[in-house]
Design a protein. Structure first.
Length: 396
């Protein structure tokens, strides 16, 4: 079941090629005019710049050797096509007919896997569950020749959708905007959230930054159907709310019924796989052990552990809090059914040092997070205590 779940997580498109390829024509932007598509095409170099990753394990041996000798042509869209044929582009699957790319779909791994760069930057062994904080999803989607199909779906002018996609930036995506239409915060900043970790989730009750959507398998069905636009079945009457989720109601996303259903039968193994992914351990030497031991005591003294309960580092039970409790605004929490933020499980923080912390990356680094708590909870931590606490966080 674990192996089946891994296959779904890495390779199943849930029929999403009907949207990304057939409708948006994204594959034609990859091909480029010279190969029968549109525009200049997407070379491996362009793809890596957009944050897409290449799985060394799926690359033909000859191509690996060519990368090592730096003789693989990474400037040509033809090479991207060869990588797609080998199924080596993480999270993207090409549909080929008589050797020709005729459509493409996406997978969970697009956003929730990265690679260890073992061969070269962006090319290496797959790391499932690690958020791809380099991936500029908005820019990838914006390449689509028929973006209008997406804009129409949302009832927006195409220019408006482009503005939204451009606002996300690397490592971010907005998984609610097609339901509530709230693309921008009141201060004008993007409403997108950082891609979270999809490891270390066993034992954690509510999922996503705002939690009350529900558990892992709920969210998997939500994403596969309403975000990846796979061809499945999904039901959530809470989205049938003209005030809070006007677009969801218009789209009919509260009650999706495809026949055949390409999602539901995959949910059990997919859930099991995610729950089986352990949080990775930070590499030795990446934190100061003596300071971390002292920092562990600060974590208790400052009552961090009252919410981030070890060893889960989230609350066993109902792990949700109001915006006031944690001292931030309620823009994102108010987009969820329960108007709360979920206590983020803290293990494996070292995998998400890019893009900042908290749901929207508002705190640039761990020092900024600790300073925020110090102010908000009036902790009066000394500079040494703050340093130790940060080393402890880095050790998780
Ligand atoms: C386009 C990028 C993207 C794709 C594709 C995607 N996700 Fe996500 N995922 C996100 C974002 C962004 C969030 C955070 C959403 C939020 O908090 O509102 C998220 C949240 C999650 C969470 C919650 C993690 C936590 O901290 O509790 C899980 C689990 C998850 N996704 C699994 C999946 C699975 C399984 C698939 C495939 C069916 C998938 N995702 C596809 C972007 C993506
Ligand atoms: C009242 C409960 C509560 C307490 C107490 C608390 N946290 Fe948090 N913590 C949260 C919530 C909720 C979030 C998610 C906020 C968001 O994403 O906007 C969070 C997020 C974080 C993050 C960011 C994780 C990420 O990946 O973005 C870190 C780091 C963190 N807390 C550390 C601490 C430390 C250190 C303390 C003690 C000084 C502490 N927390 C005290 C509830 C709490």
């Amino acid at each position: 079941m674990y192996e089946e779940g891994q296959k779904v997580f890495r390779h199943d498109t849930f029929g999403s090629e009907a949207f990304w390829g057939d409708k948006l024509q994204l594959h034609r932007a990859i091909l480029g005019e010279k190969q029968g598509g549109v525009g200049p095409g997407v070379s491996p170099k362009d793809a890596l710049k957009l944050g897409l990753k290449v799985d060394q394990g799926e690359m033909p041996e000859a191509a690996v050797e060519m990368i090592k000798r730096a003789s693989l042509d990474l400037e040509k869209p033809e090479t991207t096509l060869a990588l797609l044929k080998a199924n080596a582009v993480v999270g993207v699957t090409g549909v080929f007919k008589d050797g020709k790319l005729v459509s493409m779909g996406i997978q969970c791994a697009l956003c929730h896997s990265t690679v260890d760069d073992s061969l070269s930057p962006g090319i290496g062994r797959r790391l499932d569950g690690w958020p791809n904080r380099d991936l500029n999803i908005g820019s990838v989607v914006a390449l689509a020749p028929n973006l209008k199909a997406y804009a129409d779906l949302l009832g927006l002018p195409e220019q408006e959708l482009k503005k939204i996609l451009e606002s996300w930036g690397p490592g971010k995506y907005d998984a609610e905007v097609n339901h509530d239409g709230k693309a921008f915060r009141p201060d004008g900043k993007s409403g997108a959230t950082l891609l979270p970790a999809a490891f270390g989730l066993a034992g954690v009750n509510n999922h996503t930054y705002t939690g009350a959507w529900s558990n892992v398998t709920y969210w998997n069905a939500y994403v596969a159907n309403t975000q990846m636009r796979g061809q499945g079945v999904f039901f959530d009457p809470r989205l049938n709310d003209a005030k809070k989720y006007p677009l969801a109601q218009k789209l009919g996303d509260h009650n999706i019924r495809h026949d055949p259903d390409l999602v539901t039968s995959k949910l059990p193994a997919l859930q099991l796989y995610q729950l089986a992914l352990p949080a990775p351990r930070p590499p030795r030497g990446s934190w100061d052990e003596a300071a971390a031991t002292r920092g562990s005591a600060v974590f208790g003294k400052a009552r961090c552990s009252s919410c981030h309960v070890p060893p889960l580092y989230s609350e066993p039970g109902w792990n949700l809090h109001t915006a006031e409790e944690i001292g931030i605004d309620d823009f994102q929490s108010s987009r969820s059914p329960d108007n709360r933020y979920r206590t983020t499980p803290l293990r494996g923080l070292f995998t998400r040092m890019k893009g900042g912390f908290y749901h929207d990356g508002r705190f640039a680094d761990l020092a900024a997070v600790v300073d925020h708590y110090d102010r908000h909870f009036k902790l009066n931590l000394s500079a040494a205590e703050k340093r130790d606490l940060i080393e402890f966080l880095k050790s998780l």
